[in-house]
Write a protein that binds this ligand. Structure first.
Ligand code: ADP
Ligand code: MG
Length: 232
């Protein structure tokens, strides 16, 4: 699904170079629910953004579904991203003046789906996250946990192969965090691969794989956990 080889990312400003990712090797397989943890500033968001093709990289290669993203034009990249990847962020990034339905529908409009197809997808996504009855509500009428569920609905309405979640429960209390985690587990069981950044050790344990990053380097020992779990 995702394969990166010796990938490095350097942020350059006039004064400093920050080596945010150092020669990373990682493979995420179809159906996995992987948790990514590490100290603040260790490169978690950068890795997610590179995997999401929102951020470029300096060295190495990245194959998404067997296809190298190197050398793709911006247009090709955004087509690939729209087709394969969904994002969830710590802040829910919902549009205040839009209903839940309209929030979820907006990216589908950009992608040019027919109104019937948009409606089918939005209704299905609202069902999945348990908010079908509130389709005409506005985000301010919801709790933080419900708002994150709307953001998840917006992501899955794109029918992505992989969901990239950057601290999706970071702004939530523990009850709401647990509900969001259970929802992500359900979406994973329905076949969507998930890579989630988290600070919560309990969440990392619940995922079926735990990857650690420190100072832009992955902890190699964790790379083989799926093999160990499979008894290899
Ligand atoms: P994390 O998500 O683990 O907290 P980040 O991936 O956000 O870490 O950041 C990794 C390193 O890259 C940090 O040193 C951070 O300051 C730096 N960094 C992140 N984004 C940028 C940017 N746009 N420009 C310059 N440096 C950045
Ligand atoms: Mg971060």
């Amino acid at each position: 699904m995702i394969k990166i080889n010796n990938l490095s990312k350097i942020f350059r400003t006039d004064l400093i170079e920050t080596h945010a990712l150092r020669q990373i090797n990682l493979q995420v397989n179809e159906g996995e629910f992987a948790a990514l943890t590490g100290p603040s500033g260790s490169g978690k968001s950068t890795l997610l953004n590179v995997l999401g093709t929102l951020e470029s990289f300096d060295e190495g290669d990245y194959l998404l579904d067997g296809r190298s993203v190197k050398g793709l034009s911006d247009r090709e990249l955004s087509a690939l991203r729209n087709e394969k990847i969904g994002f969830i962020f710590q802040g829910f990034n919902l549009i205040k003046d839009f209903s839940l339905f309209d929030n979820i529908e907006l990216p589908l409009r950009y992608r040019g789906f027919s109104s019937a197809e948009r409606k089918r997808r939005v209704e299905h996504a609202l069902e999945t996250v348990g908010l079908a009855a509130r389709r005409d509500y506005h985000p301010s009428q919801l709790s933080g946990g419900q708002q994150q569920r709307v953001a998840i609905a917006r992501a899955i309405a794109g029918e992505p192969r992989i969901l990239l979640a950057d601290e999706p429960t970071g702004n939530l209390d523990s009850l709401m965090a647990r509900q969001v985690m259970e929802l992500l587990e359900k979406i994973n069981q329905q076949g969507c691969t998930i890579l989630m950044v988290t600070h919560d050790p309990d969440q990392a344990r619940r995922a079926n794989r735990h990857i650690q990053i420190v100072d832009g380097q992955l902890n190699d020992a964790t790379l083989y956990e799926p093999l160990i779990a499979a008894g290899a």
